[in-house]
Design a protein around this ligand. Sequence first.
Ligand SMILES: Cc1ncc(COP(=O)(O)O)c(C=O)c1O
Length: 375
Amino acid sequence: MVKTIKPTMFSNDALKPSLFYYTGVIMTEFKPNPSNPLGLLLACPVYKISPLLCLKSIANIDVFIKDESHRMGLGSFKALGGVYAVATLLAEKWFETTGDKLNPEQLMSDKFKEFSGSTTFICASAGNHGLAVASGAKIFGAKAKIHLSEKVPHEFEQRLQQKSAVVIRSGKVYEDSVEAAMQDAANGNGVLLADGSWEGYTYAPSLVMEGYTVIAHELYEQFMQAKKWPSHVFVQAGVGGLAAAMAYMIRKYWPQQPEIIIVESELAPCLQVSHHHQKLITVAGDDSIMGRLDCKAPSLVAFQALEKAQVRYVTVSDKESIVATNILQEKNIGTTPSGAAGLAGLLKMLKTKKMKNSGPPSDFHPLIIVTENKL
Ligand SMILES: Cc1ncc(COP(=O)(O)O)c(C=O)c1O
C-alpha cells in the first residue's frame, strides 16, 4: 500500500524563502542558504513539492520514499541544482553590470532574457545535470553547451537538443567529458557550471548543491506533517553533491537525527575511499550500469561537507541495483539502477548478520530517495 504524505509549506521560520534574490557570496566551504533556492522556486510555475510516499511491505518493513522522478518535468532531482545555479550566476552578472538586485519575478522578464543571451554555460554531464543546466539556460535566455561521454544514453542527447543545448560527445568516460568541459571554458567559450568541484573551483558547484537543499527542506515539512521521522536515510552518490546537501540539511535542521548512509556503486566508491584516506582520491574501475553514479572522482566541497556530517558508507553492485529497480517497478515506481541505488543500500543493510538474526528494530523507519525516472 502506498500512502502519500502531503506537506504544509514552510512551517520552519528559519527556512522562510528569501524575498530578494541574493547575490555575491563566495562559498569556499559548503554553507548554503536554503532560503535562496526556495525563493526562486516559489516564483517558478512548474515547481511543486515532490511526493513523500510510505511504502508498506518492502522486505516486510515500511519504507519512506522521496520520489524525485518527476521533478519539474525534468525527470530527476538535478533540476533543482542546475536551474537555480544558472539563475543565480546570471543574476550576479546582472548585478555587476547594472548595480541592481533582481527579485525572482524579474528573472522571468524579457529584459533579463535579452541580457542573458550573451552567456553560454558549459558543463559535462552523465545526463541529468546537463539537462538542468540546459533548461535553466533556456528559461532565462542564455545558451548551453553540454559535454557527454560516449557512455551517456542517446535519450539524454535528444532531450538536451530539445532544450536547445549544443551537445558534444567528449571522450570515453565521464571524467573525459569533465576535462573537455574545463578546456572548453578555459578557451573562453563560456562559463563552466560543473556539479563536481576541486581546488580553486568551488563556487558554482556549491550553488548547484544549494539548490538540492530544497529536497531536505521539503522532507522536513513532510515529516513534521507525518509526525514521524526516519531512523535511517540512504542517499546515493556520484560526485557527492546530493549526499552532502542532504547530510548538511539533516544535521542542521531536522529535530530527530537519523543515521545517514551514503550509497555508491562498488565500481565507483570515490567518497568512501576518500573518507578512508582522509583526502580526495580518484578511483579506478570498470563501468557501472548505475551510469549517473559512475563518477570516479569526488567533489571537493561535497567530500568536505560529508566529513563533517558523520555519515556511513556502503557500496552496491550492479546486480543489487537491478534487484532494487525491479522491486520499485513492482510498486509502480519506474526508475533506473542509479535511481534505485538507495533502496539497494537499504536491502544490503537488511541482509547483514545482525539484521538477519534479530530482524530490524521496531523503530527502524528508513528513507530512500528515488533520484530519477526510468529512461
Ligand atoms: C539520478 C541521479 N542520482 C544520483 C546522482 C548523484 O548525485 P551527485 O553526483 O550529486 O552525487 C545523480 C548525479 O548525476 C543522478 O543523476
